[in-house]
Each structure stands twice: as C-alpha cells, then as structure tokens.
Design a protein around this ligand. Sequence first.
Ligand SMILES: Cc1cc2nc3c(=O)[nH]c(=O)nc-3n(C[C@H](O)[C@H](O)[C@H](O)COP(=O)(O)OP(=O)(O)OC[C@H]3O[C@@H](n4cnc5c(N)ncnc54)[C@H](O)[C@@H]3O)c2cc1C
Length: 438
Amino acid sequence: MEIPKRSGYVVVGAGIHGLSTAFHLAQELEARGLGSGADVVVLDKAGPGAGASGIACGVVRNNYFQPAMSELMQACVEVWESDPAAYAYNPVGYIALGAAVQEDDLTATYERQERIGYRSELIVGAAEVDRHMRSLFPDWRAKGVTICLHEHQGGFAFNMDSVHGLYGKCKEKGVSVLSGIEVTGFRDASDGTISAVETSHGAIEVGEQVVIAPGPWAKHFWALLGLPERIDIRTPSGDVVRDQPMWTYWNLQEGEITVDPLVFSTADGGAPPVIHLDTDAPLYTDEGKLITDELWGIYFKRDRHGVQGGASPLVVEGDVELDPYPQTTDVDPGFPDMWCAALSHAMSRFEGCRAHYKQARSGGVGAFTADNFPVFDYLRPNLYAILDSNHGYKMIGVGREVAKVLVGEHSALLYPFRYERFQTGDLHPVSSSPYPWS
Ligand SMILES: Cc1cc2nc3c(=O)[nH]c(=O)nc-3n(C[C@H](O)[C@H](O)[C@H](O)COP(=O)(O)OP(=O)(O)OC[C@H]3O[C@@H](n4cnc5c(N)ncnc54)[C@H](O)[C@@H]3O)c2cc1C
C-alpha cells in the first residue's frame, strides 16, 4: 500500500479517540483557514474499530465522582447528542444504584451534576428507590439498594456503528484513514520533536504534530517514547509512593443473554435506561446457591440480540499479549453464573436467564494508568497522547478538545489529565466504588 511521504498531522489509532480527533481537527483547520482534512492521516495497524472501541459495551454515562471526569463527560455527551444518527447513539439515560456505603459519593456526584446542568435526579432511601425502580420495571426486586442516581442524559451507542459514523465523517472531510499500517517507531529531531513516524510501510515525515490514541496498546507506545515503566507518585497529602507501575492491565468481563430484546422494556413499553446495580445483599443463583455475600455489582443494557453487560473487571498479573485483540480467554469461569444471578436478583423477568447466556465477542483487556485515570497530554513538544485508561468509548468529545489544543488553544477540560499530576500530587479523588473507573 502507498502511504504519504509527509503529512501535517499523523494520528495513530483508528478507534473512537483517533477518529474523533481527526474529524474535529479537520473541522478546526478548515474553520481557522489553517488547512483541511487533507492535512490529516490516520494510521491503524488493523483497521477502524479493531481495538477496544469495537468491543466496548458502549455505555455513555456521567456517574463520575471526580469533578474533572464529570465535566469532561458533560462535553462528551454534547458530542453524542450532536448527531445521534451518525453515532448510533441511544439517549435512553443511565441509572446507578448503590448500597449504603456509596450514598455519599452518589450524592456528591448528583450535586455536581446539578451545578453543571447535567440532567439527573437522586432518589434516597430503600423504599423510595424501590418505588422509583418499580415505576419503571414492575418486577424490580433488588435488595440492599439505598440510593439511585438516575441520569436523564447518556445511554449507550452501538460500538462499531459509531466508529463507522466517525470514519464516514473523517472521509467527508478528506482525512485519509489507512488500515494495515503498523507504527513501529518515531524519529527524533535534535530539539526533542518527532520528525517522522516510522511504519511497516515506510516513514512519514511530520509537518506539524503527531497524536497517539492506541487504546490498550498504551504501554507499548509509552516504551517506544522512552518513558519510565515505573514512576513515583506524589499523593495529595504530599507523601510520595515510590516505584509504582505506570501501566497495569485489567480484564473486562462482559457477556450477554440471547433473549427477545423487548423483554427488557420499561412498564410503558419504552427503551430501558442502562442500569448499573451495586449492592451488598447476598447474591444467590436461581437454584439457591450462594455466590457472594460481599458488595457486588453489574451493569446491563438492552442490545440488538438481547441483554448485554458486565461486572467488576479482574486485574491481570504482569504483561499481556494483546494481539490478536481482544483476549477474552481469561474471563472468570464463574462470571456467567454471577452475572445471570445478578440479573435475576434485579428483576424477576430474568429468572432462568442463565440458560440463555452466550459468550459473545465481548469482554477484553484494558490498559490502566497508575491512578486509573486518563493521561491526555503532550509527551513530546509535537506529540499529543490520548491514553484513556480504558474510560473512553463514551469520551467521544476528547477528540474535539484535543483538536483545539493542536491548533493552539488551552483546554481546561483536559488540563486535569496531564502526566505531570503524578509528580505534583494533583490527583483525582478516589470514590468508594468497587470499579477502577468510577
Ligand atoms: C470489554 C470492554 C468494554 C468496554 N465498555 C465500555 C463502555 O461501555 N463505555 C465506555 O465508555 N468505555 C468502554 N470501554 C473502554 C473503551 O472501549 C476504550 O477506553 C476506548 O475504546 C479506547 O479507545 P481508543 O481509540 O483509545 O483505542 P482503541 O479503540 O483500542 O483503538 C486503538 C487502535 O490503535 C491501533 N493500534 C495499536 N497499535 C498500533 C500500532 N503500532 N500502529 C498502528 N495502529 C495501532 C489498534 O489497531 C486500534 O484500532 C470498554 C473496554 C473494553 C475492553
């Protein structure tokens, strides 16, 4: 395949972030009279959606305890809402249900959402939550839930469809998206900038800037750029925790039950919000076998073939062979029993759903940073990195912010995600959620 010898902007990775950046950059260049989409090339060693974006459950929510995540997500939801058809976005809303231990976090999240104008409501107290959920799902029966954050924005999008939507927008703007081109290295200029991107098909000279959006391959690119595998982290209290791994891998456990999707409808026959249920009520299978009596959680949504969702991810020890992606073999063998029991715990309509469980092409590995939050930052004077710590299919608006940064603007939304935070102690607050991403 022919690749250009030179390009103004080289974007590595054709996932949600690479494509969103390329599209928005093309818009910015045009609007400012600085160029056009023809100055942008996106390279992917496989093709659009070959990474995490192509297997993401697609949940779009703003249930974040961290102010910076919440504000950034609000901007992302704005992008989803800007073209629901192209992005295959279903604005069905999102419900987070929690146990007593999560009340303070969810209340703080709700209060911030109120302040920033993100539409949601908070329901507190076991009886009140039960009433709210039964008004939507008359067979709701989950126990141990004392708080409910019902976000009226957000929902979910169909993973590959939204990737194709972005790909189409890139093509319309004249961006070249090249598949089957593996980036193998970067050529350094004497001033520390990147002068060329080396690929399996030859080098591309860089006119202006490089953006890397490699998803789970973040650690590989970190090493290519000569950045440290282990770092010291200053905590907000000033203590320094030494020698921490910059990257760890988690295996996201997801699955689906193949049922008539309409089985999962609201009382009035409408499309159900995405549901995330955490509770400390004991969890039993339909046959009465105890699965756990500790805090557990699941999420689920209506899909084209039934109901899809997941549970808390598993830490993967050591390094992971990412290719071919995704690696779904390490899923906890107990996951299907747990997830189906949890669905049945939530609503009686799911009783017996274990028989319909299907191990689909879902689940997979994510690369997480040392504090489990994204790094959005320049790692070289002309190389910007979108390393989303697996938060990010929902973060379609990050590319819009990055595009502004590339043309010289400051992004207050991206600033809290700079790499320097590990040195300065400007870390994000940690919630009581059992998930590494809430
Ligand atoms: C199972 C699972 C479920 C998830 N569910 C959700 C969810 O419900 N909601 C949500 O918001 N997020 C979810 N996520 C997280 C989300 O999928 C990711 O954070 C996001 O898709 C990352 O997007 P990206 O564009 O950075 O990376 P990717 O989509 O992974 O794209 C990176 C691309 O880079 C390419 N690439 C890699 N190395 C090279 C190289 N050397 N040269 C050229 N190209 C290269 C790859 O082929 C790939 O196409 C989930 C993740 C997983 C694994």
